[in-house]
Design a protein. Sequence first.
Length: 275
Amino acid sequence: MIAEAQERAPGMGLAPAFAAARARLGLVALLFVLAGTGWWWTLGQMRGMDDGPWTGLGTLSWFLGVWVVMMAAMMFPSVAPTVALYSRMGGERTPFSALVFAAGYLLTWTGAGALAFSIAYGGHRVAGDVLAWDRAGRWVAGGTLVVAAIYELTPLKDVCLGKCRSPLGLLLRHWTGGRSGAVRMGMRNGAWCVGCCWALMASLFALGVMSITWMAVVAGLIAVEKTVPWRRVAVYGTAILLLTLGVLLFTAPDAIPGLTIPGKSMDQQMTPMSP
């Protein structure tokens, strides 16, 4: 399919080429609309549910429903260029296969969410309320952020981020036609994205997975790492931020803006203003 599309490209008239470009632009716009809708829905569903680090996840079905919408909201803007590239390589003027590719990408993140829920559920069954804030929760959350900061600087993170930032080689090497191929390729791309971002998502759990504020912060860090031209600056900046948050959780959690500390009322968490 790629070869056929490339062969057609030199002789393609202006009108068909314009139509294909317009379809890809529409596809990217659609992904951003879906992301925006996801943010709007998540804001309504999660209002008042932030209990800070290690917020309870509810039932599996409820959590996965929220998780899928969260991933669409957080990931679709940064993965939109890859989806558009897939559409262009396929030489299709309709976005359906590209949307199937995006669905495959989201399917991998759904599996990651199910795994996270299983770990949380199993940990609770074995250790009880060990992650309560007044027990080990604060220290485990701080340690999670420090580990996430270290992971940012590892070779594995670098390889996975490289695949996410430059997906052309990956798509060419594993190109498979048809809708089932689109699903598999989307899932493969999603797997590299999970490898790139799992530590940042773990940080979200450690700061409050039901917090819109921290969800936006993590989504912003992911988008910056994947899109800005200054790759090293973005990665080192993320590592420094995560390390700083981890140290503050150990030493002065009240100094972290936007952090909900379990057991404290809203009035206690608000810093008094000087007269």
